[in-house]
Design a protein around this ligand. Structure first.
Ligand code: SAH
Length: 214
């Protein structure tokens, strides 16, 4: 009801979010905050996005049930599960291997079998599985989306990605109209962790600061 009051009108998005229990994606000591409309830490310096932002990004993707969706930044896996209820298959890439393993436990627990997730650098997209109907990136790009993400979108496809310009982040929607032409629309100001190159190093992964649900 809160999301609806905030302007999320797509009933398929609202019901997909209703079906994913957010409390299992947040640290044990924060479960009482799982249904507040705020981002929460998930370890490795990363966060699970605010529910309103998950809803707004998902709604902006206009997903159809036959769609093949690429997600960059699996994180907790919460957004991945919301997508999995709306499309044919989700391909998700995360640069922190420990986060990916934890997210995969949740996909299994929720019996979502239409998700394929790997540890890797999502800035390169997923060439073997391209092209995609929809691409969502849940970490913030500097200036422009990584070119592989625009390349790996089908004509008619949609990319939703936070982009930083001049110190501000904006959520941007790219609709591919031809091989190299896009209709671009700014949706709203946002705050995301940065999109970073390469797999996370062992020392980045050591920063295991929160106890996640088993
Ligand atoms: N959708 C997630 C949000 C996680 S925060 C959720 O709701 O839980 C963004 C995630 O993007 C982080 O886990 C971060 O490690 C990851 N990330 C950043 N750069 C990346 C890259 N190049 N490839 C893959 N994942 C990346």
């Amino acid at each position: 009801m809160h999301l609806r009051a905030m302007g999320i009108a797509a009933t398929d998005v609202l019901s997909a979010m209703e079906r994913v229990p957010r409390e299992i994606f947040v640290p044990a000591q924060m479960q009482d905050q799982a249904y507040e409309d705020i981002a929460l830490p998930i370890g490795r310096g990363q966060t699970i996005s605010q529910p309103f932002v998950v809803a707004a990004m998902t709604q902006a993707l206009e997903i159809g049930d036959r769609d093949k969706v690429l997600e960059i930044g699996t994180g907790s896996g919460y957004q991945t599960c919301v997508l999995a209820h709306l499309c044919r298959r989700v391909y998700s890439i995360e640069r922190h291997k420990p986060l990916l393993l934890q997210a995969e436990k949740m996909f299994h627990r929720l019996k979502l079998h239409n998700i394929t997730a790997i540890a890797g650098d999502g800035m390169k997209g997923w060439p073997d599985q391209a092209p995609f109907d929809r691409i969502i990136c849940t970490a913030c790009a500097q200036g422009e989306p990584p070119p592989p993400l625009l390349d790996q979108l089908k004509t008619g496809g949609i990319l939703v990605i936070p982009v930083a310009t001049g110190g501000h982040q904006v959520l941007r929607r790219y609709k591919k109209e031809g091989d190299d032409t896009f209709a671009v629309k700014d949706l709203m100001p946002v705050r995301f962790v940065p999109l970073l190159p390469h797999l996370a190093t062992a020392s980045e992964n050591e920063n295991d600061d929160y106890a996640m649900p088993a």
